[in-house]
Ligand binder design. Structure first.
Ligand code: TYD
Ligand code: MG
Length: 457
């Protein structure tokens, strides 16, 4: 029997693509420093191809686009509604899902719960490179899961994992985490960019060829310092990230990329003794209910993914002792806040040059859409003037640099959600008001920032 050829690796310059057999600090071709990265050198002989994964190569033939059967991929429900929602309506066979997030935020907990629900219907393999089977067993007991159908494997070598998976043939496989894996084809340490990339590439290949759903857990530090998961985002079908305040009870899972569904879809959970529980009505948790109207607070209607959400924005404007007053935005883009303050000065005639401005979105959710512009400015002004806005008032709308208030997508949808949660008055852009109105809601349409300020104060 011929011995397996020793795996080879090479080093490639990130900047110019030059290849080297050994690592060096500087690329001789283009002069870039620290640009050489280890890559696996797969020397496939032509005969090897057809033997690799039997039958698969033969099926790769060229088709006309019109002939490709457009049948919707069959989805499997994970049994956790909010997870299915961020995935775009369930798990898609053969897809690879990357779940990122800070350490301890609940990645392993969520996947273990999902596995327990899925294992009732199909074979599930949970591969852990971080925890021993005993630790996972302890967690399962804590979560009150029977763990009946879940197969466990504690292993960090990708080749070994795939060998086991070939035997087990799971429909769903979890790998926790990708940073702990290594492949025999590379010599660099587990967790390095090249190891992470090569390990993931092998797992992606397995998912596609065996029609298995693969969940990859990825670690990121606060400032996203770890390069690994960023590289991964291009290779996988779906990227989910945990966000939200670590200390608080709520955990928000957001889809950053999804080949099978909407991006920015949110799944909301609360972390308790029994692990993660779905929050079925998330608007309720992002509204901090005050008994009395307070200045600097306003409800906005945002739309993340396919679901409208009511969120409270809070602002505090206070005289600044600093030469450069502070502009702090939590859950919002700081540059956007600076821009809005400039528009407020230029088109509303209100300057805040000697004031610190703090803006916070309640509940730790991150708002990326421009519909937050109008409510943010109204909250800021409410705090500045110490004029509380009504508790049953909501607003949304984008503000342009020339002081115009622009419509945002899905206006009627947002208004209906607002009414459902007890909102009775709304300030909205002209283009967003439904012609026939919304029952139980007094809608004020505005075209410019000036009109909006007039309507609110
Ligand atoms: P974990 O899921 O291991 O996080 P990750 O895999 O993202 O690093 O742990 C989540 C945290 O949640 C951990 O600090 C303990 C806590 N926790 C609960 O509060 N309740 C529970 O039922 C469980 C299992 C964990
Ligand atoms: Mg974990």
């Amino acid at each position: 029997m011929a011995t397996a050829p020793k795996p080879k690796s090479a080093y490639v310059c990130n900047a110019c693509g030059a290849r080297y057999p050994k690592w060096a600090g500087q690329c001789q071709e283009c002069g870039a420093w620290n640009s050489l990265q280890e890559v696996a050198e797969l020397r496939r002989r032509p005969a090897e191809r057809s033997g690799g994964y039997a039958g698969v190569v033969d099926s790769n033939k060229i088709e006309t686009l019109a002939e490709v059967s457009p049948e919707e991929r069959q989805r499997v429900q994970s049994g956790i509604g909010e997870l299915d929602r961020v995935l775009g309506g369930g798990l898609v066979a053969g897809s690879v899902v990357l779940i990122g997030g800070d350490p301890g935020i609940g990645k392993s907990t969520l996947l273990l719960q999902a596995c327990a629900a899925l294992a009732a219907e199909q074979p599930v393999l949970y591969v852990s490179g971080e925890e021993s089977p005993q630790q996972i067993g302890l967690r399962a007991r804590r979560l009150g899961l029977s763990g009946g159908g879940i197969r466990l494997l504690a292993e960090t070598c990708v080749e070994q994992i795939l060998a086991h998976a070939e035997q087990e043939r799971p429909r769903v496989m979890v790998v926790d985490s990708i940073q702990t894996l290594y492949t025999e084809t590379l010599q660099s340490a587990p967790g390095s960019v090249s190891q992470v990339r090569e390990s993931a590439a092998q797992l992606v290949r397995f998912a596609k060829q065996r029609d298995t759903v693969v969940f990859l857990v990825g670690h990121v530090t606060k400032d996203g310092a770890l390069a690994g998961p960023r590289v991964l985002e291009h290779m996988v079908d779906t990227v989910l990230y945990f966000e939200g305040e670590h200390g608080g009870p709520f955990r928000i899972v957001r889809s950053i990329k999804n080949r099978f569904g909407a991006v920015n879809e949110l799944g909301v959970f609360s972390m308790g003794d029994q692990g993660l529980r779905e929050v079925k009505n998330p608007s309720a948790i992002f509204l901090s209910r005050h008994d009395q109207p307070v200045s600097g607070s306003l409800v906005m209607v945002t739309r993340e993914g396919t679901r409208p959400l009511l969120v409270e924005v809070q602002a505090l404007v206070d005289e600044s002792p600093l030469a450069n007053p502070r502009r702090v935005a939590l859950g919002l883009d700081q540059n956007r806040l600076s821009m809005l303050l400039a528009v407020l000065h230029r088109h509303g005639g209100i300057g805040m040059f000697n004031q610190d401005v703090f803006v916070n979105v309640v509940g730790g959710v991150r708002i990326a859409e421009t519909a937050a512009d109008l409510p943010v400015l109204l909250a800021v002004l409410s705090s500045y003037r110490d004029r509380p806005l009504p508790l049953d008032l909501a607003a949304f709308g984008e503000i342009g640099l020339s002081g115009e208030v622009r419509p945002v997508p899905n206006g009627p949808d947002r208004l209906r959600e607002a009414v459902k949660h007890g909102i009775r008055r709304a300030i909205v852009p002209k283009g967003n008001a439904p012609k026939e109105g919304v029952e139980g809601l007094e809608i004020t349409v505005v075209r410019t920032l000036g009109e909006a300020l007039g309507a609110a104060f």
